[in-house]
Design a protein around this ligand. Sequence first.
Ligand code: MN
Length: 243
Amino acid sequence: MIDFHCHLELFPDPPRVVAECVRQGLYVLSVTTTPSAWAGSAALVADAKRIRVALGLHPQLARERRLELPLFDRLLAETRYVGEIGLDGTPELRTYWMDQTYVFDHILSACQAAGGKIMTVHSRRAVTDVLDCLEAHQGAGVPVLHWYSGSQRELARAVGMGCWFSVGPAMLVGEKGRKLVAKMPQDRVLTETDGPFAALNGQSVFPWDVAKAVVALADLWAIDRGHVETLLQDNLRRLTTST
Ligand code: MN
């Protein structure tokens, strides 16, 4: 199974979570919210062959941490994966929109200059702006829109632009989320949890809870679980060998 977007170092007992991921043979992309979190996150999974770390600067921290962009630039050569990055248009974060767009533009330019990265992208209430930025930075790499929650029209545009999507159990609980996932190309979907931030029934989700997303996808796509897992593994292989 694959968790293509979670925050391993933010769980209460990260080494225990990493050990369990290894025990279960999970493929995990551990995303960071600040460049200064990179070193600790990378050290945490140094012995885990199927776990990768993404270098990020979360839009929610854009104002507070934009001074870490030089550190981002220095670390970028160490990884093929970038995230969590993006824009967040919720009203309290719109206040820092200039910082958000400055940081996102800077990161996309850096990825372009580096020849392209695999990027896990946050787009809550800002899908059109995120897609505009991506379009303005051709060659920045392959965007994987994480926990997509925009409109059907924006989804069609994202699909047309070649975006990938990572979908989690929390997103698949609701009717709106399921209708969106139904329109995503099956060959550009991966599973994620966004743990420990995402919750199901009031409990933080763990990486192995992607099993619940696999069950939901099997239902949605009307194929069996084994077939879903094969398809997701093929997708991951294609994504990581194409860039
Ligand atoms: Mn996240």
